[in-house]
Design a protein. Structure first.
Length: 319
């Protein structure tokens, strides 16, 4: 079968071995996959991953011990816990020390004709949600998780970054009924944010109007974004960090101490919650789709996704 392997220049193998399900796992056939910033960082050496890429997907279950899953369109929580440790016992497989993570840590990903994933991770996709929308479920879940990390209330949320993740965070915030302000570098992308209901501000025009913001979400994909987030947050405000960068970063953390900031790391979220938001029509991420490629052309898809300013690039299985 075909599979895209992680490398500085991801390469497509046409005779990759078929995956074998372990007990409790389903065999899933890819329908559509998305390329995200983490995939690009993995190809640059992040976490030392060398397997099949891909963790944003919608697929069809070919085999499963649960007959109700066979033939269903699904997305999945990408974190597979061991099921035995204290974290798993507490229902927190996202922080299981022995977890595998689809296409990221210890488990081949979804950019292949077929792949395996624990049945417990699967979330069925209702007929009302298109493949184009469902493929955003994993990053939308991560965006929604921001809401778990900030104080309740109606304070506006400042989102740094007008790229894929920043756009999704803004849509998640707006879908929850709160106001969002997106700060970015690209007028066209800020127009997309405004069309979704956010306020858009060019970083070059950023004066002091957003200083002392109660909640700042850093989703720039750049280490420099962290410093800006710390500057904008008001004393005892909350800064949520979403960016992952391959390699060490240097950031002056003194503002976090001086202003007694609450700095929170935020990673994956609840896939069922994301599907519910999509099914209810409270968020539409499909305007972020910029290009489509077939699995046969997956290396070219990665080159396109790596171009500065590119939004969502999708890979279709097709055959």
């Amino acid at each position: 079968m075909r599979a895209l392997l992680c490398a500085r220049e991801p390469r497509l193998l046409r005779e990759h071995p078929e995956p074998l399900e372990r007990p409790g796992e389903a065999l899933v056939q890819l329908r559509l996959a998305g390329i995200c910033h983490t995939d690009l960082e993995l190809s640059r050496g992040y976490l030392g991953f060398t397997g099949v890429l891909g963790h944003e997907f919608v697929g069809e279950v070919l085999r499963a011990s649960d007959p109700g899953l066979v033939g269903r369109r699904v997305v999945a929580d990408i974190n597979a816990g061991c099921g035995r440790c204290a974290a798993c016992a507490a229902g927190d497989a996202h922080h299981c020390p022995a977890r595998t993570v689809l296409g990221i840590v210890g488990r081949d990903g979804a950019m292949a004709d077929r792949f395996t994933i624990p049945e417990a991770c699967l979330v069925p996709v209702p007929d009302s949600v298109s493949d184009d929308a469902a493929v955003f479920a994993e990053p939308l879940a991560a965006a929604l998780h921001v809401l778990d990390d900030v104080p309740a209330g109606d304070d506006p949320v400042v989102v740094l970054g007008d790229g894929k993740l920043g756009q999704l965070v803004a849509r998640a915030v707006i879908g929850s009924g709160r106001a969002a302000v997106v700060v970015g570098h690209h007028a066209a992308k800020l127009s997309l944010a405004r069309a979704a209901g956010a306020r858009g501000v060019l970083e070059a025009d950023l004066g002091t109007e957003l200083d002392e913001s109660p909640i700042v979400v850093e989703a720039t994909g750049r280490a420099a974004g962290i410093a800006l987030a710390l500057r904008l947050a008001r004393p005892r405000g909350t800064v949520v960090l979403k960016t992952t960068v391959a390699g060490a970063t240097t950031v002056d953390l003194s503002p976090a101490v001086i202003n007694e900031l609450r700095v929170v790391g935020s990673r994956c979220g609840d896939l069922a919650r994301a599907i519910e938001l999509l099914a209810a029509g409270h968020a539409d991420p499909t305007a972020l789709i910029e290009a489509r490629y077939t699995l046969d052309d997956a290396p070219a898809a990665f080159r396109r996704a790596a171009e500065p300013g590119t939004l969502k690039v999708l890979i279709e299985r097709t055959r």
